[in-house]
Ligand binder design. Structure first.
Ligand code: PBG
Length: 336
């Protein structure tokens, strides 16, 4: 067996930490602006951007401010945005029909960005109904044999298919089903292919947890949800089902898989990064952003540095792409 005493030298881990140049030389993980995906909210019926109270610096956008921030993202080296629609309250209904309508707020925004930026900007769209339903669930509701109100899997997936095709038609490069319905990736893949959109990619929310860290997002989209999503999103206590969900999504045709939230689920991310043959993304969610921001505003932590450390940790754990509301600021810091 190897023993320190066998050698006439002492291992000194600090040797390689002596200077900035040495530290940069031996660093194992490097963030890059192109790692980031910027989530953006486009709201119907507002005439000026509206800051989200629980997410300082994050806005519900008008078409004009949306184009502006996408330009700013591109200038900073961020290549991809993920669009969420915020319809007018009176346009919500039980099936979220505005999500599919060509003139719905999200589809109009996709078309606008595609027209403005062409293929320069990678346009991703959220493919889920919770922003559009009047009950706030991610799918349509039914009453089961025992009188429980539940989200009805297959009819929901059918609507996701129509939504994905509408998004592809509007100009999305990537659709991102975030509703955690069973079989959604396979059905959406088939629907896209049938409609002539074989080149549109699917970002699968594979391991998405029923997380309280989504709190501020629900403010951001004016969610109508009462109750929770525990019958379709995963139990925070479990990791095995993340592997199952991911394997299924890959088999069903996912081009990317994703873990969400990020920082509280780095163990899940690391496991998925080990087994996945497709790129693995992680979503630093609204609550992660809000916590760091609030602590920073109180002077309790250094917001910018802590944020960069969190993003670095997410990459180190295995993320190839990172969704973050801090994308532009992070990219600017990296650009120096
Ligand atoms: C569902 C969706 C949610 C988020 C992204 N897509 C909310 C939810 O599942 O309740 C959360 C994002 C965040 O918290 O930043 N369409």
């Amino acid at each position: 067996m190897w023993r320190m005493a066998d050698y006439d030298l002492i291992r000194r881990p600090r040797r390689l930490r002596q200077t900035p140049a040495l530290r940069e030389f031996v660093t194992e993980t490097r963030l890059h602006p192109a790692d980031f995906i910027l989530p953006l909210f486009i709201a119907d019926g507002i005439d000026a951007p509206r800051e989200i109270p629980s997410m300082p610096g994050v806005y519900q956008h008008t078409p004009e401010s949306l184009v502006e921030i996408c330009r700013e993202a591109l200038d900073a080296g961020v290549k991809c945005v993920d669009l969420f629609g915020v319809p007018r309250e009176e346009d919500k209904d039980a099936t979220g029909s505005v999500a599919v309508a060509e003139d719905g707020v999200l589809n109009r925004a996709i078309a606008l960005l595609r027209k403005e930026f062409g293929d320069e900007l990678i346009i991703m769209a959220d493919t889920c109904l919770d922003e559009f339903t009047d009950h706030g669930h991610c799918g349509v509701l039914t009453t089961d044999a025992h009188g429980r109100e539940v989200v009805d899997n297959d009819p929901t997936v059918e609507i996701y298919c129509d939504m994905a095709v509408a998004q592809a038609r509007a100009g999305a490069h990537i659709v991102s089903p975030s509703g955690m319905m069973d079989g959604q990736i396979e059905q959406i893949r088939r629907a896209l292919d049938r409609a002539g959109f074989a080149d549109v990619a699917i970002m699968a929310y594979s391991a998405k947890y029923a997380s309280k860290f989504f709190g501020p997002f629900r403010d951001a989209v004016g969610s109508s949800l009462k109750g929770d999503r525990r019958t379709y999103q995963q139990d925070p206590a479990n990791v095995r089902e993340s592997l199952l969900e991911t394997e299924l999504d890959i088999a069903e045709g996912a081009d990317f898989v994703m873990v969400k939230p990020a920082l509280p689920y780095l163990d899940v991310l690391a496991k998925i990064a080990e087994m996945s043959p497709v790129p693995v993304a992680a979503y630093q969610v609204s609550g992660e952003y809000a916590m760091l921001n609030a602590a920073g505003q109180n002077g309790w932590i250094d917001y910018e540095e802590t944020m960069m450390e969190a993003l670095m940790s997410i990459k180190r754990a295995g993320a190839d792409q990172i969704f973050t509301y801090y994308a532009i600021e992070a990219a600017k810091r990296l650009n120096g």
